[in-house]
Design a protein around this ligand. Structure first.
Ligand code: ZN
Length: 189
């Protein structure tokens, strides 16, 4: 499967509202174009070391996000996230309680920023097979889902930051911030 090019900040597609996926086209028998795109997005996310990816990040204006995380020694505190494809995802509930997390992004690869978001969210979406799903997420998964769904709304994590002094290059962040902060960031969401 080909690995796709990542659209980086400045590419106009990252600022567009992504188009809804036609579920009929998604579930068309055979290895259709949308299913191929999903496979390529999975390969691209894994190749780039991301915890999630949204279709606009591979320059496709479609409401598809994919998340996956397997615990590694570097970030042992985060729970695993099984590979999941969300088509036309919508956040239907957010908790009042918030959590702050150092985020990265494949489209802003070397930056890390502290972002405060609701701690828990409920997401309604469709699977890649076109089946309805409702996911209640908290903690790390809730952060990743909100970050990826933001990409479908033309937003990046910088837009969610309230204090830009909490923005750093990854290398400096590792040098100066990791011991001060109890929360740790994945490579890139
Ligand atoms: Zn991102």
């Amino acid at each position: 499967m080909p690995v796709l090019n990542i659209a980086r900040l400045g590419h106009p597609i990252l600022r567009e509202i992504a188009k809804p996926v036609d579920l009929k086209a998604l579930t068309e028998p055979g290895h259709n174009e949308l299913q191929r795109l999903i496979d390529d997005m999975i390969d691209t996310m894994r190749e780039e070391g991301g915890v999630g990816i949204a279709a606009p990040q591979v320059a496709r204006s479609l409401q598809i996000i994919i998340v996956e995380y397997q615990q590694n020694e570097r970030y042992p505190s985060q729970e695993d996230i099984p590979l999941t494809v969300y088509v036309n995802p919508v956040i239907t509930h957010t908790s009042k309680e918030t959590t702050s997390f150092w985020e990265g992004c494949l489209s802003l690869k070397d930056l890390r920023g502290l972002v405060t978001r609701p701690r828990e969210v409920t997401v309604k979406a469709f699977s890649r097979e076109g089946k309805k799903m409702v996911v209640e997420a908290k903690g790390f998964l809730a952060v990743v889902l909100q970050h990826e769904i933001d990409h479908l709304l033309g937003k990046v994590f910088l837009d969610r930051m309230t204090d830009l002094t909490q923005l750093a290059w990854a290398e400096e962040w590792e040098t100066y911030w990791t011991e001060k902060e109890p929360t740790q960031s994945p490579e890139a969401i």
